[in-house]
Design a protein around this ligand. Structure first.
Ligand code: ADP
Length: 495
């Protein structure tokens, strides 16, 4: 009889909640997905309704589990992965959130962060947390909610409220309000967690004015965290793995050795390189973060985020109207011999790592009478590769040169882009058969937590290659293109 052991992965993302049941060998048995509404109360503000996060998560768990069980699969345990940094505060007694979730993209606390930076606190934040002082991370979002919701600060100090990033909120709800935990990867994105000692940092709690009574305990990424409470979808199932989405993707991409790197190309793009047991202090504004904590050992990664990758394709489609579908970009890029001297800098919402330039805005440079829509689309795709090259250069300059690059996400279907990326970063690029790497990473952690897999090494063989791209571009052409990109970038940077 074939092994019908399976694992449920819950993937609560920025745009949707998903649940995927994987077989022990990593095949997808069932998948359910539900979009979640984005709330934009003011320019630069982004919120989610925690009840919509919760309801959509319950719905997809029920659907995916039901389908897998109907096919005779024995779902043994569940793992959670989530949009990181997004912050929720709820009342411990009623279980109700006291404010909408403030999403990672939200910039409302820019002034708080700028003020702290002006007072010289960037250094201590960076030294302890590996992060830069930026509204992106949870700490200033928590302080904002406590200051804006009447009575919240007093209630927090009295221990009546709980804070959690999304995994922590979901775990608490799924446990029936019993278990308040976060995991090391998610905690490392709050700007309150000392990533070297693995604990909440009292000085940072004071700096951001966050009462310690709010905070969850922090656990490793695998373990028996709770059982899903009676009456909920998946009741009785043990939750045995948790990690933030990019760290889960790094696990799903088998980036287990120092120098292994992965990049996920969705709306934005996130590159992580494993730095082993060293938390590297970046001199180039990359983030140092916990990759995972398992069996008492913490592993670290350097991370760089590109704010606009797939969203550039959305803009070309919806804003400029030069294509009907993102997938047309491949044919259009191939239809021209080169970029015709056109560079598109997609700084629609500023530039991410390594520039962290919030004031920069996009540009299309090098236009001539010969420029057509295909050149512009090609320039949009090329920009994704150039931004990856910038991140890789920063990683190298920090002493951590990526040795290999595994890719995933919606844009990696584009073979032209994958070959161009390979040529620009000048290193082989591999695309796995399992494209749902984030959810798969959560499943792997859950499998380790319940003892289905012994260790990460045990799952290394589950990663299988779909395609491997090899660099073929002349050095001189690569340098010419990168020079053109740097020049275009120079025109948009505000500092
Ligand atoms: P997210 O999880 O951020 O929503 P996905 O991983 O689903 O993103 O990827 C979707 C993104 O990839 C969209 O922004 C879309 O424009 C882009 N995309 C999808 N297919 C292609 C393609 N063939 N070529 C280029 N971009 C693509």
């Amino acid at each position: 009889m074939s092994d019908k052991t399976a694992i449920l992965a819950i993937d609560q993302g920025t745009t949707s909640s998903r649940a995927i049941v994987f077989s022990k060998s990593g095949e997808i048995i069932s998948l359910a997905q539900q979009e979640i509404p984005q709330i934009y109360p003011k320019p630069g503000w982004v919120e989610h309704d925690p009840e919509e996060i919760w309801q959509s998560t319950c719905a997809v768990i029920e659907e995916a589990l039901g389908e897998a069980r109907e096919q005779g699969w024995n779902v043994l345990c569940a793992g959670i992965t989530n949009q990181r940094e997004t912050s929720i505060i709820w009342d411990r007694a009623s279980g109700q959130a006291i404010h909408n979730a403030i999403v990672w993209q939200d910039r409302r606390t820019a002034a708080i962060c700028a003020d702290l930076a002006a007072q010289g606190y960037e250094e201590v934040v960076n030294a302890r947390t590996g992060l830069v002082l930026d509204p992106y991370f949870s700490a200033s979002k928590i302080a904002w909610i406590l200051d804006e919701v009447p009575g919240a600060r007093g209630q927090a100090e009295a221990g009546e409220l709980a804070f959690g990033t999304v995994e922590s909120f979901l775990l608490w709800r799924l446990s029936g309000g019993e278990v308040h935990l976060s995991d090391a990867t998610n905690a490392s994105r709050t700007s309150l967690y000392d990533i070297h000692h693995g604990c909440w940092d009292e000085d940072l709690l004071e700096l951001f004015q966050v009462p310690g009574e709010l905070l969850p305990d922090v656990c490793p990424n695998a373990g028996k965290f709770t059982r899903i409470a009676t009456g909920l979808p998946g009741a009785g199932l043990l939750i045995t793995g948790m990690a933030g989405d990019q760290q889960a993707a790094a696990i799903g991409q088998a980036c287990f050795a120092p120098g292994d790197s992965k990049c996920t190309f969705g709306t934005g793009a996130f590159m992580l390189v494993n730095t082993g047991d060293r938390a590297v202090r970046s001199e180039h504004r990359l983030l140092s973060t916990i990759a995972w904590e398992l069996e008492g050992v913490r592993s670290y990664a350097l991370e760089g985020s590109i704010l606009s990758a797939g969203s550039t394709m959305q803009w070309l489609r919806d804003g400029l109207g030069v294509m009907d579908d993102a997938s047309m970009s491949e044919e259009m890029a191939r239809s021209v011999e080169d970029n015709g001297g056109v560079y598109l800098v997609p700084a629609f919402a500023g530039l991410g790592a390594p520039w962290w330039d919030a004031e920069a805005r996009g540009a299309l440079v090098g236009l001539s009478r010969g420029t057509g829509a295909s050149h512009i689309v090609r320039a949009g795709l090329e920009a994704v590769a150039y931004q990856c090259a910038d991140l890789m250069h920063a990683m190298k300059a920090d002493g951590i040169a990526p040795k290999s690059l595994n890719v995933d996400g919606g844009m990696t279907k584009n073979n032209w882009l994958m070959q161009f990326l390979t040529d620009i970063v000048d290193m082989p690029v591999a695309r796995p058969k399992i494209t749902e790497t984030t959810a798969f990473g959560a499943a792997v952690l859950a499998g380790i937590g319940i003892g289905l897999y012994e260790s990460l090494a045990d799952v290394k063989t589950l990663w299988q290659e779909d395609a491997q791209f090899k660099p073929t571009m002349d050095d001189s052409l690569r340098e010419e293109l990168l020079d053109g990109w740097q020049e275009a970038l120079g025109r948009v940077r505000s500092r």
